[in-house]
Design a protein around this ligand. Sequence first.
Ligand code: BES
Ligand code: ZN
Ligand code: ZN
Length: 494
Amino acid sequence: MNLFNFKPHQMDLELTKHTSKDDFSPAVILVNRKEDPGNFNDPFELQDDETDYLRKKFNLETEFAHLVKDQKDLFYHFYAPQPAEYKTHEALRRAGANFHRQIQNQGFTSVALFTVNTGFEDSLAFTEGFALYGYNFSKYKSQDQKPAIKMISFPPDAAVAGELEYLTTGLKANFHARDLVNEPNSYLTARQFSDYLVELGKEAGFQTEVYSKARIESLKMGGLLGVNKGSEEPPTFNLLNWEPENARNQKPYILVGKGVVYDTGGMSLKPTPNSMDKMKSDMAGAAAVAGTVYAIAKARLPIKVIGMIPATDNRPGEKAIVPGDVITMYNGTTVEVMNTDAEGRLILADALSFAKKYDPMLTIDLATLTGSAARTLGAYGSVMITNAGEEEKNALIRAGENVYERVAELPNWDEYYDLLKSDIADLKNIGGKEAGAITAGKFLEYFTAYPWIHLDIAGTAFLTSEDNYRKKNGTGVGVRLLFDFFRNKAYNKT
Ligand code: BES
Ligand code: ZN
Ligand code: ZN
């Protein structure tokens, strides 16, 4: 038996079609206010007093109306379309989550969805919010307090089976990412993370290659080895390979994720309250990469993608690197480490220069890289810094709106390099007091020589209070974003 074996949790989410017209309770009926539904008779045969009641609620601009008919609970949700479709979808996701919260403790095990004047995409958005709210990380709870509803059925005529499958895949991928982020370091060392990646690959059909410490040493990945020096646990470098025969791209897309399974800050130790105590989430970028490759492979998208995850913890120790040390990176660049807490960029730099030999079409990295990014955008969006062209950039911004994991660009001006100059080495690993998210991005850019997009998810990856369907703790941010981005690439959908 492998001591470090770490199995993904079972995900029993099921999106199906109604089996029989009468075999459900409760039903949720989405009503788009853009057209008057008349007497509300469809799809149920309502009495006059019932339609009067719904009409009243409709006119009062109420969001939900509840009635019981033939011992079945019917919940009507009235919603108004907004000029921008993505905002309508987001409002529906939030309504779906609110609805889940309201009916959670009433003993229901499944929900049947019906629609009035509602397009399929609107139903999907409501369902997505409903399902995302159903996520719980209950592994360490002796008792599961709030059973979530995991089965949602759709009208057979409306549901396009493929769309339901995509949605299920994206949701499961998001749950895997959330699990990984929520899993504490006591159960998620670099090697255990690698075991999880192998399992994910088996389930979704991609190849996982795990480089051991010896291999990393022979490759001279000085950034990853440097950060790992204070640790008892060896680092790993993980390659997630999805290479379908019908790939539309010659050059691969590469996704790089920061896999710091725990960030104490190293010798530049972090304070514990509201800082180190959240740092099991410092591998959220890697979790997003794992979730995205999982989704792409599971959906068999005709796109060649390689995930790269350098993984280690960052700890003080007798051998730990100290401020002032100089390390030599994979590509030979020397870096003066002035702050051991700026470790993410050191492990990412090795991965980014390793990526070069694959001649990527585009490389996207995701990282909980700086407190500065969180202070800039709060939890409302992720920071983007890029040297890629308008087309890639706009496609990502649009995907961000579609799934409501928005990205906002910060400048990529060359002057910021000045702040990274070292007295004795090629670079130092911190800039000045200001513009921390940008100087971190510039540090990474130094190791790229291809189109590249950097996403700093420090503000969006882990929430300390519940926010609707994103809930609390790990959000799995990045997975739904990139799955949408690559689906559009695969099928030219906008
Ligand atoms: N993992 C942290 C960044 C972080 C902070 C993520 C808050 C999520 C929430 C990163 O390794 C770090 O410590 N960054 C330093 C960089 C500084 C020393 C230049 C930071 O942002 O303070
Ligand atoms: Zn750090
Ligand atoms: Zn970190």
